[in-house]
Design a protein around this ligand. Structure first.
Ligand code: OGA
Ligand code: MN
Length: 301
């Protein structure tokens, strides 16, 4: 099988074909890792991945996070493996969740531009989202290139953000939609954290904006001032020229690097099932994807 790469957008995102992710060889893994470092978003179509296979593939690239949907004891889960985030609209009987279902409302926050787990002290590195069932229309996922966004900032704004630090909280992103149903246990488990607004990509040294819906304000600025700055940055980063729209097909695995992209889900008719499952690696050492793959290989052998 020959592995091919085709660009999907002028500035980022690529599709790789000719690989079976349930049985990838080491060469294919290296090429996928390099493509993630270079393009930020990598699409692989036509896969059949069981939960265990998706977890096994993702764990080659780093330790895996646990979903925040697991933080509340007693929540009924459709998927056993705790590394898998169930981003479907289905309940434990595989039926579409009710409009006011708590998990549905928690996941509605995915429709705001964000970067996965920026509300954690050790945030998300790579996310890998697999499509098992897709609705007939809508439900696309949009991606924004935050490296190009940084590079095209007006100079004055770029200078202002250079040393800025933002505070991020899951509670903040959810409160924006009026969702506040968190227990004290959940609030204690996820206190606000701080991250620089500009991140340097470990692979190529390019800078990227690190913002999104969890970012509530800028440390050291009056809250309205910092919040306005974050809005201006978000508008700039999500202009049409820096956005790739992914139209899902069954069997797609889309991998993105949360350190240099943002994303959001689009609405769809939720009487149809949409079964997407995500696994996310933890950015434990802020290493490039290729370095992380190589390091984990030497540890596992
Ligand atoms: C995610 C996410 C958006 C979507 O899984 O992290 O934001 O389109 N998903 O389901
Ligand atoms: Mn997400």
């Amino acid at each position: 099988m020959t592995l091919n790469l085709a660009r999907l957008h002028e500035t980022f995102a690529a599709e790789i074909s000719g690989v079976d992710l349930a049985n990838p060889d080491e060469d294919a893994l290296e090429r996928i890792a390099s493509a993630i470092d270079e393009y930020g978003v990598v699409v692989v179509r036509g896969q059949t991945l069981q939960n265990d296979e998706q977890v096994a593939f993702a764990s080659r690239f780093g330790p895996l996070e646990l979903s925040v949907t697991r933080y509340r004891s007693g929540t009924k889960q459709r998927i056993e493996r705790k590394e898998i985030v169930d981003v479907s609209n289905l309940d434990e009987n595989d039926r579409p969740r009710a409009m006011n279902d708590r998990l549905r409302m928690l996941l509605l926050g995915n429709r705001l531009w964000h970067t996965d787990s920026s509300f954690r002290a050790t945030p998300g590195a790579l996310s890998m989202l697999y499509a098992g069932v897709v609705p007939p229309e809508g439900g696309e996922t949009e991606f924004a290139d935050t490296r190009t966004a940084y590079e095209t900032l007006p100079r004055a704004l770029r200078n202002r953000v250079e040393d800025s630090v933002a505070e991020h909280a899951l509670m903040y992103s959810r409160e924006q939609l009026g969702f506040t149903d968190f227990s004290q246990e959940e609030r204690d488990a996820l206190p606000p954290v701080q991250h620089p607004v500009v991140r340097v990509s470990p692979a190529h040294g390019r800078r990227a904006l690190y913002i999104g819906s969890h970012a509530s304000h800028i440390v050291g600025l009056p809250v309205p001032e910092g919040r306005m700055m974050l809005r201006d940055l978000l508008d700039h980063a999500t202009a049409r020229e820096t956005v790739y729209v992914h139209h899902w097909r069954v069997g797609d695995l889309v991998i993105w690097d949360n350190r240099c992209t943002m994303h959001r889900g689009k609405a769809y008719d939720e009487s149809y099932p949409r079964d997407l499952r995500r696994v996310t690696t933890s950015d434990i050492q802020a290493r490039s994807t290729l370095d992380m793959l190589r390091e984990r290989r030497s540890v596992n052998m």
